[in-house]
Design a protein around this ligand. Structure first.
Ligand code: 6PG
Length: 468
């Protein structure tokens, strides 16, 4: 039997950072990577932490280096690589050994693995990029509670802390941890898109320089919008390019990449029947951004898109309020989706606990998440917009969102996430909507039946035959 508390497979950027974090918190860790040279270089560069790190050159060596029952953290690319790695490990492990998948797995895969595997398994969502992995990520755990409890001493020790509370918690059974991480990423896409749209209004609608944009985001980061993403937006806007000496933003191609987690959020929301239009808009905006050639061609046909706003230019405070409003509505949708999944999968996901885990370490960390953690416990179905604190914010900022979306529309500036937020807000606060027309149409062409408003009887039909 070995002496290491935990094993780690996969020494990519994130794996290396997590391994150093684990060692730094006083745990002995054995590591293995497919390429031995990477393992050796990692151990050689580990400095003072090397004493706690056991580099191994084969899977049997890794397994032999661990205390029993063993705990092995997988940091390999999501998808087939995880299944292959698990298959390679299984013959070497005992029935009590615990495998932890810490990659960005699709939660459906985690559900499947949890059901299939003959030994304990845990799926954890880890957020915070390389810096977070090294010094304190946010960790969302899923699987049997007993498996979480086994790994929790290490996972909570390496996690970020909000004040004194570790940002690591058990979210629920099966793939719940990876599900929550997926929604986190959907919100990440939406938060980023909302910010990018405000940048677009500043740049194209108001003619502001990158330095001016940077100064405003820096100021906003001291107010209600305080967040990691607003902070780095200011830094990105302020940065200078080494070649041109102009703003780096001016040399970055306007086509966004994506590894797919935001798309998964959009797809799962449709399966759940959960409305998340701001996140949908953000995913779609990335897809449109990637179509650069088509956009250039359309500009030739239809003329230049965004115009400088000549009349009624919004004050900077109005942009700030619109961003606050859009952000609250985006989180209302994200937490609403989590509540829908909780019902659908029987997971008892605790929205307030999720907001607490997101307060530090992760990419969407923000001051507002602490208020959300306080507000969410008190509203049914995690309907954030109904919580008095956020309802007040929405009432105060709704006008600004309306003004920004209208001005953008009038001046040809695409703001899909803000527009989706506004349409969602208006639809959600409309007690009598227009789906009575849809029901009438469905009944007309397919005799699908409708429910009557007056007596509540369902399966009713209209007098369509009489009218043809
Ligand atoms: C995190 C991030 C991370 C994600 C990147 C890239 O929480 O640390 O969500 O997990 O992989 O942000 O995502 P895209 O390539 O899809 O933008």
């Amino acid at each position: 039997m070995g002496n290491s508390d935990i094993g780690l497979i996969g020494l990519g950027t994130m794996g290396q950072a997590l391994a150093l974090n684990i060692a730094e918190k006083g745990f002995d860790i054995a590591v293995w990577n497919r390429t031995t040279a990477v393992t050796q270089a990692f151990a050689a560069d580990a400095g003072d932490l090397a004493a706690r790190i056991t580099p191994t050159e084969s899977l049997p060596d890794l397994v032999a280096a661990l205390k029993t029952p063993r705990m092995i953290l997988l940091m390999v690319p999501a998808g087939d690589a995880v299944d292959q790695q698990i298959q390679a490990l299984l013959p070497l492990l005992s029935k009590d050994d615990l495998i932890i998948d810490a990659g960005n797995a699709n939660f459906n895969d985690t559900n499947r693995r949890m059901a299939e595997l003959p030994l304990p398994f845990l799926g954890i969502g880890v957020s915070g990029g390389e810096e977070g992995a090294r010094h304190g990520p946010s960790i969302m755990g899923g699987g049997p509670r007993a498996n979480w409890d086994r790994a929790a001493p290490i996972l909570t020790a390496i996690a970020a802390r909000y004040k004194d509370t570790p940002c690591a918690d058990w979210m629920g059974e099966a793939g719940a941890g990876h599900f929550v991480k997926t929604v986190h990423n959907g919100i990440e896409y939406a938060d980023m898109q909302l910010i990018a749209e405000v940048y677009g209004i500043m740049r194209d609608g108001l003619g502001m320089s990158a330095d001016q944009v940077a100064a405003i985001f820096e100021r906003w980061n001291d107010g209600p919008l305080q967040s990691y993403l607003v902070e780095i937006t200011a830094k990105v806007a302020a940065a200078r390019d080494g070649v041109t000496a102009g703003p780096v933003l001016d040399v970055i191609v306007d086509a966004a990449g994506q590894k797919g987690t935001g798309r998964w959020t959009a797809i799962e929301a449709q399966h759940l029947g959960a409305p998340i239009p701001v996140i949908d808009a953000a995913v779609t905006a990335r897809n449109i951004s990637a179509r650069r050639d088509e956009r250039a061609e359309m500009q030739e046909i239809f003329g230049a898109g965004p115009q400088r706003i000549q009349t009624g230019a919004p004050a900077i405070e109005v942009l700030e309020q619109a961003l606050i409003c859009g952000k609250i509505l985006c989180y209302d949708q994200g937490f609403g989706m989590i509540a829908a999944a909780s019902r659908q999968f029987g997971w008892s996901l605790d929205s307030a606990a999720i907001a607490r885990v997101w307060r530090a370490g992760c990419i969407i960390r923000s001051a507002m998440l602490d208020d959300m953690a306080s507000a969410l416990g008190a509203v049914p179905d995690a309907r954030l917009m109904a919580a008095p604190f956020f309802a007040d914010w929405l009432k105060r900022t709704e006008g600004a969102l309306r003004q920004v979306v209208s001005l953008a529309a009038l001046n040809g500036i695409a703001v899909p996430a803000h527009s989706a937020a506004l349409a969602y807000f208006d639809a959600m606060r409309t007690a009598r909507g227009t789906a009575n027309m849809l029901q009438g149409q469905r009944d007309y062409f397919g005799r699908h039946g409708f429910e009557r408003l007056d007596d509540g009887k369902s399966g009713q039909h209209g007098p369509w035959a009489d009218q043809d």
